[in-house]
Design a protein around this ligand. Structure first.
Ligand SMILES: Nc1nc2c(c(=O)[nH]1)N[C@H]1C(S)=C(S)[C@@H](COP(=O)(O)O)O[C@H]1N2
Ligand SMILES: [Mo]
Length: 406
């Protein structure tokens, strides 16, 4: 299950944070080919260019059953596949959330169209131009807001429609691209700008506006590489948005255009969905409930769900994360929540990414429930229960992980 060479490579990348500043596209592609991207460059990316934009059913990458759960058009990462791995989620293991299916897009004639009432120089950007602009890399989590949705059934006795994620709708990667702010500046963004809406090139044109302040944030990127490889088709090739710490619905894949307006913008994704609807939430003038923005604190064990372990000493491992900071404390209970002990936190522990943790467990034969509870650097923690919301978002409550020991 562990591939040490890959792990070392990924860990090393954490600290080197390769910068592609000022490289031509050719140099950039050469550099990627020298490191990890050779297969990708020889295969998927080139094929895409030759074909033009033809939608193919489902996904492009293989998602074997020992690494993923298939949930309709989505693929959830199995946490046991992360056991003992390095900090980053390899691209092959990264969850996929597709509203429909992965479109195949060629970088020619693709353009990023930047238009709208709050621009003095609306214009298109080519792929080559984006790659020639100052390049930035960040290590950040991307998490589906519905991650953990399936647990509402047990905690509130109501099964919620929608993808039944356990906790595998998250991954952490090194994302490389250009600042969205840089692109907006070049298009002459005006002081009057209010909202920015990236629009995807998939079937439903998935799009969700964000406030100009978030669009101009230094970590908000237009991404063209993921973990040192050309951004894979399923993750948004050629270019996706990345809004770290926020619900991944803001991180629009296969971006084809950006509307920059001096009035508030709306789409189904900020009025009907990705809003909090329920007894403790109040509808707003424009949406069914308050908008989902930042992600919350969660934890997961690197173990099979409802799996079986031999009765002996184990190194229990897991990861905890938060959309607003880094993790400052993780407590684990191996007795269904009666007693708690501190887990050892492992470096790196980056904000809006995750930290790995572990502890020893002398596992006695029997059926057990393992619980993990994290607290972030802002003091946000995981409560025993959270208020219900109809769309099943932001499940930050402590999860009971069932495990059998034989
Ligand atoms: N164009 C487009 N962008 C999209 C989506 C989509 O279906 N289409 N899904 C969003 C959602 S809900 C999530 S959780 C993330 C998933 O990103 P990933 O598939 O790269 O993991 O992409 C977001 N961006
Ligand atoms: Mo999502």
């Amino acid at each position: 299950m562990n591939r040490p060479d890959e792990r070392e490579y990924l860990d090393e990348r954490l600290w080197t944070q390769a910068r592609a500043v000022g490289l031509s596209r050719k140099q950039f592609l050469q550099r990627l080919a020298m490191t990890a991207g050779a297969a990708v460059l020889g295969g998927a990316a080139r094929r895409g260019e030759a074909q033009g934009s033809t939608p193919t059913p489902g996904l492009v990458k293989p998602t074997p059953a020992d690494q993923f759960y298939t949930l309709g058009t989505n693929r959830e990462m199995r946490w046991e596949a992360m056991y003992g791995r390095g900090y980053l989620t390899p691209n092959e293991l990264f969850f996929v959330r597709n509203h429909t299916s992965t479109p195949r897009i060629a970088v020619e004639p693709w353009r990023l169209k930047v238009y709208g009432s709050a621009l003095s120089r609306p214009r298109d950007f080519t792929y080559d131009e984006l790659l020639s602009m100052p390049s930035v890399s960040v290590i950040k989590a991307l998490e589906c807001t519905g991650n953990g949705r399936s647990f509402f059934e047990k905690s509130h006795g109501k099964k919620i429609e929608g993808t039944q994620w356990k906790l595998g709708g998250i991954g952490v990667a090194e994302w490389t691209g250009v600042r969205l702010a840089e692109v907006l500046d070049r298009a002459g963004v005006k002081k009057s700008a209010v909202d920015v809406m990236p629009i995807g090139l998939d079937e439903q044109k998935v799009r969700r506006p964000m406030p100009i302040s978030r669009a101009m944030h230094e970590d908000t990127l237009l991404v063209y590489a993921m973990n040192g490889q050309v951004l894979p088709p399923d993750h948004g090739y050629p270019v996706r948005v990345l809004v770290p710490g926020w619900s991944a619905i803001s991180s629009i894949k296969w971006a084809g255009s950006l509307e920059v307006a001096d009035i508030p913008l709306y789409s189904p994704w900020n009025t009907e969905s990705y809003v909090m609807v329920g007894p403790t939430y109040t509808p707003t003038a424009t949406a069914k409930g308050p908008l989902v923005t930042s992600q919350v604190v969660k934890s997961a064990f690197e173990l099979p769900w409802d799996g079986t372990l031999p009765a002996r000493r184990h190194l229990l491992r897991g990861r905890s994360w938060s959309g607003v900071g880094k993790i400052s404390r993780v407590e684990v209970s191996v007795d269904g929540g009666r007693t708690w002990q501190r887990a050892r936190l492992r470096e790196p522990n980056l904000p809006q990414a995750w930290t790995r943790w572990d502890l020893d467990w002398d596992a006695p034969a029997g059926d057990h429930r393992l619980l993990a509870r994290a607290t972030d650097s802002r003091g946000n923690t995981q409560p025993a229960t959270i208020p219900f919301n109809q769309l099943g978002y932001l499940y930050s409550a402590v999860v009971e992980h069932p495990i059998h020991v034989r």
